[in-house]
Design a protein. Structure first.
Length: 224
C-alpha cells in the first residue's frame, strides 16, 4: 500500500500550525516507506519492536530521530541506548535505572517520557498518579545523571467513545501540568498522547506530540 503523501502534508501543516510534534509510527513498515516520508521532510519515526528498530537504524539515514514507543523490557535497553532519540514508555523506576546505566556506558544522555496509566484496560502499562508524584517528590530523579525526563506519555482506551477519550486525555493533561509546575524545569515540555484515531481530540486536551501511523502508511502489516 503506498504512503499517503497528501494526507501527510495536510496533517503536518496542521500540526506545525498548532505547534504539535509528529512522530510517524513506522512499525512493520518497510524501509522504502520510511524513506518516502523522510524525503518529504519527516525526521521523527516511532517503532515498537527493538530488533526491527535496530535493523532500520542501521539501514536508514543517520539524522532520523528514532522514538521507541512500545513496551520496553529492561534487558533490551542496551540495544537502543547507542542511538535512540526518545523512549516514550518508561513505565517503572527499574526501567529508568537501566536506561541510565546503559546511557552511561554509551556516554550519552537519553531522553525519556514517563508513561502514565490512564486507560480503563488493565493491559496498558504505566505509573499511576500516586506513584508518579511520589517519584517526582522524592528527588530520586537526580540520581539518574544520564537520563532527562522530557515529559509524560499516555495511551487512551481502545474505544470510539469521545467522552471516555476526552476524560482520559484530560486527566493526563492535568497530571502533566501539575508535575510541570512542581518541577519548574524547562526541559519537562512534552505531553505525548493521541494516535491516528484520536489525535485531534488529544491536541484539544493539550497534547504536544502525537503518534500517527495508519493515516500515513495505511493499515499495519501483521508481524508473523
Amino acid at each position: 500500500m503506498p504512503v499517503h503523501k497528501d494526507t501527510y502534508q495536510k496533517i503536518k501543516t496542521a500540526l506545525d500550525t498548532a505547534m504539535v510534534n509528529l512522530v510517524a509510527v513506522s512499525k512493520t513498515k518497510p524501509n522504502e516507506d520510511i524513506q518516502v516520508l523522510y524525503d518529504l521532510g519527516q525526521r521523527a519515526f516511532g517503532e515498537n519492536y527493538v530488533q526491527e528498530l535496530v535493523n532500520k537504524e542501521a539501514a536508514l539515514p543517520k539524522d532520523i530521530q528514532w522514538h521507541f514507543i512500545g513496551h520496553l523490557q529492561s534487558n533490551k535497553v542496551k540495544y537502543l541506548a547507542p542511538f535512540v532519540h526518545l523512549i516514550h514508555g518508561v513505565d517503572s523506576e527499574k526501567l529508568l535505572q537501566e536506561i541510565n546505566k546503559q546511557a552511561i556506558k554509551n556516554q550519552r544522555i537519553i531522553n525519556c517520557l514517563l508513561q502514565v496509566h490512564i486507560a480503563s484496560e488493565e493491559t496498558k502499562f504505566g505509573f499511576d498518579e500516586a506513584s508518579l508524584l511520589e517519584l517526582m517528590d522524592s528527588g530520586r530523579l537526580a540520581q539518574y545523571s544520564n537520563v532527562v525526563v522530557k515529559g509524560l506519555m499516555g495511551m487512551a482506551s481502545f474505544t470510539t467513545d469521545q467522552m471516555v477519550l476526552k476524560k482520559e486525555f484530560g486527566s493526563l493533561a492535568l497530571i502533566f501540568n501539575h508535575v510541570k509546575t512542581k518541577l519548574n524545569n524547562a526541559q519537562f515540555e512534552t505531553l505525548s498522547m493521541g494516535m491516528s484515531g484520536d489525535y485531534e481530540l488529544a491536541i484539544q486536551q493539550g497534547s504536544t506530540m502525537v503518534r500517527i501511523g495508519s493515516l500515513l502508511f495505511g493499515a499495519r502489516n501483521l508481524v508473523l
